[in-house]
Design a protein around this ligand. Structure first.
Ligand code: ZN
Length: 342
């Protein structure tokens, strides 16, 4: 989410919600966070992938979560929303595909974008939760069922946001769905050092977020480096989250502070072309490199043999080319069985 979710009073009353005041700089704003059931699955996956003893750059993990050509096109569906709203979201999201990257987003009929059915789509957009959020890359398919949302635009089917919030939010959430993480968690940003965590823990524990320390850390701490994504920290990125100035020790002079970015930056376009190269062969080579890096890290780790096996299986679910849907489902089912890590 880029900004506070402000529902018009009439929609809020109809939904039985309290009305928030519109103040972009206020700390009293709802931040972007996955609902509990999805965050639990993401953390479970993270624990399976990186059990104690396994250390690998988060950039590798993000690279592995990028959609693979064997899964192209990347299908998108909507749980409701008028055809006009679905078209508007589609038109904005397609901006990601226009700058040299090979990102075949498929919305079905462009004049009446696809409605979600039991025939599972990759990215499943809905309007039924609070706030704005999306799962990361192939998690949208692997961890989210056909009848569940993988992306949310709070109640836009009743009252869509106005511009520029509408477009910047769609670009940001589709960035997540294409496997891009928050820029403030960029391995090389050091934004973690810029944040005033003592203040942030206290403030976000309160209305309207009610985040515990774990949730703050999950959403705000830096991701480890040594990844395959080589772009530098980009203050203009659509993936840089806008926090209130007092969240930073140095306020507005922090290098990580940004007023809302509203369009794709040059860095966003470059990174998209890097993660989704123009040819299938280049994509396969990038993936093979990431898998090899990951496998070496796991096999040379101090994790138990059971944990190493689990870790390598989890990577298979992250879309190894050639893994059939049946194999994927079977692997996922095995992974969901409780296992003792030692
Ligand atoms: Zn975000």
């Amino acid at each position: 989410m880029k900004r506070a979710t402000i529902l018009p009073a009439i929609a809020a009353l109809a939904l039985g919600l309290s009305v928030q005041t519109a103040n972009a700089q206020s700390s009293n704003k709802a931040l972007e966070a996955l609902p509990h059931h999805l965050q639990a699955r993401v953390q479970q996956r993270q624990n399976n992938l990186l059990p104690p003893g396994v250390s690998v750059g988060q950039g590798v993990v993000s690279g592995l979560k990028a959609w693979q050509p064997n899964r192209f096109p990347i299908t998108v569906c909507f749980f409701g929303g008028s055809s006009d709203l679905r078209r508007r979201i589609m038109d904005v999201a397609l901006e990601w595909t226009k700058h040299g990257a090979n990102i075949p987003l498929d919305f079905g009929n462009p004049s009446n974008p696809r409605i979600c059915t039991n025939q599972e789509s990759d990215i499943k957009v809905g309007f039924n939760y609070r706030g704005y959020w999306s799962t990361i890359g192939q998690d949208s398919r692997d961890l989210v069922g056909a009848n569940e949302q993988s992306m949310n635009f709070a109640h836009w089917d009743v009252a869509p946001a106005s511009e520029p919030e509408f477009s910047s939010t769609v670009l940001h959430e589709f960035g997540h769905a294409l496997a891009f993480q928050h820029e403030h968690q960029h391995p090389y940003s050091d934004c973690e050092k810029e944040f005033d965590f003592d203040k942030i823990y206290v403030e976000l524990a309160d209305h309207p977020n009610f985040w515990n320390k774990e949730k703050v850390d999950f959403n705000m701490r830096g991701l480890s480096g040594n990844g395959i994504v080589t772009t530098k920290f980009d203050r203009a990125s659509i993936m840089l989250y806008t926090f209130a100035p007092h969240f930073y020790k140095q306020g507005v002079s922090s290098k990580c502070y940004s007023t809302a970015n509203q369009v794709l930056s040059q860095g966003d376009k470059k990174q998209a072309a890097e993660v989704y190269p123009a040819t299938v062969a280049a994509a396969a080579a990038a993936r093979a490199k990431a898998v090899a890096t990951f496998t070496t890290a796991v096999n040379t780790s101090s994790a138990s043999s059971a944990a190493r096996l689990r870790s390598l299986q989890e990577v298979q679910v992250l879309g190894v080319p050639g893994l059939s849907e049946i194999q994927r489902a079977q692997t996922l089912q095995n992974l969901q069985a409780p296992m003792q890590l030692n």
